[in-house]
Design a protein around this ligand. Structure first.
Ligand code: AKG
Length: 322
């Protein structure tokens, strides 16, 4: 069932009907879905107050939680910038590392400065791994393949996880996926982590996607869910074991990362960023997120791309290494 549904939504000609697509952005939290709001946000990592969040759970997909874009526009810009400009640098690992295409370890700057090869290089980026690096062959994490996890992403994840009832969550590994309009991600389960009791948090920015959510078996008919920029998917409990995949990237309905009038990069928002390794990053980001001219390269990238950061806890609660 999973394979057939994947093929159906991937189909170009004729295009699939979106009649059965679940679009949480247009739903009231009550209609068939139980909503909950279990905690409060006490500082900001680009999120709106949790009292305003729309949180959905699906009756027949226990542990699956969907938060309909809880980010401010500047918050979305912040994470887009982090993903393309900073998380693509060492010590993080990229699919491009094996090709030797990146000269000074700075993919984003090289893409901007190389007028001939820049756009090709931009297209070639598919993933980055952070923290405990995902091993694509063995699917086994190793202590020797571990680098520091970005503190801002850990802080964001701690807050989001606490709100939905996982205050102990510790972000230790992430895969950042970079999708183009023709990209797909085949259906799989994520089972490399020792601790499958901890949730998996998945943040999406930029263009939209269809997310297929199946069950433990490939025979189960999956649900098709629309994911827009800023949406957060959480797979916990039973659903942490479910097959899922991305058969289609779709144009965003709106560019929700574009600033609303009077929205600014506030001091409150700067606080978690001050956790970051390099204070110089702060100054340049401050400009890039707010100044339309400086934002332009990011806008160009995100207008034909989707970014997904999915964050995992690898270790059992209370354990500090493998
Ligand atoms: O892009 C997404 O929304 C899903 C990504 C994912 O499932 C993965 O990287 O394991």
């Amino acid at each position: 069932m999973l394979k057939e549904t994947f093929k159906y939504y991937k189909r170009k000609c004729p295009p699939p009907s979106l009649k059965e697509l679940i679009d949480f952005s247009s739903k009231d939290s009550t209609e068939n879905y139980a909503t909950s709001c279990l905690g409060q946000i006490n500082n900001s990592v680009g999120l709106t107050p949790s009292s305003e969040w729309k949180i959905f759970q699906l009756e027949d997909k226990p542990g699956f939680i969907f938060i309909s874009n809880p980010f401010t526009s500047i918050g979305q810009r912040y994470w887009i910038c982090r993903c393309v400009k900073h998380y693509t640098r060492k010590p993080n690992r990229l699919n491009l590392d094996v090709h030797g295409d990146i000269k000074d370890g700075d993919w984003w700057t090289q893409c901007q400065n190389d007028y001939e090869q820049g756009s090709k290089l931009m297209e070639k980026l598919r993933w980055a791994t952070l923290g405990y690096h995902h091993n694509w062959d063995t699917k086994v994490y190793k202590e020797s393949d571990r680098d520091p996890f970005p503190e801002d992403l850990a802080a964001l994840s701690k807050q989001v996880a606490s709100i939905v009832g996982f205050p102990q969550f510790s972000a230790e590994a992430a895969i950042v996926n970079y999708y183009h309009m023709d990209s797909t991600l085949s259906c799989h389960t994520d089972h490399s982590e020792l601790n499958l009791d901890a949730p998996l948090l998945s943040y999406s920015f930029g263009q939209s996607a269809i997310f297929l959510l199946g069950g433990r078996s490939k025979e189960e008919k999956p649900l098709a869910i629309r994911i827009d920029s800023g949406d957060i998917v959480i797979m916990s409990g039973e659903s942490r074991h479910y097959y899922h995949g991305i058969p289609l990237i779709m144009p965003a309905k709106q560019s929700s990362w574009n600033l609303k009038a009077n929205e600014e990069f506030s001091d409150e928002f700067l606080r978690p960023i001050s956790l970051m390794e390099n204070p110089e990053i702060l100054d340049s980001m401050h400009q890039e997120l707010q100044n339309d001219k400086l934002w332009e390269p990011f806008e160009k990238y995100i207008s034909t791309s989707r970014i997904n950061m999915n964050v995992r806890q690898v270790l059992p609660f209370g354990q500090s290494s493998l």
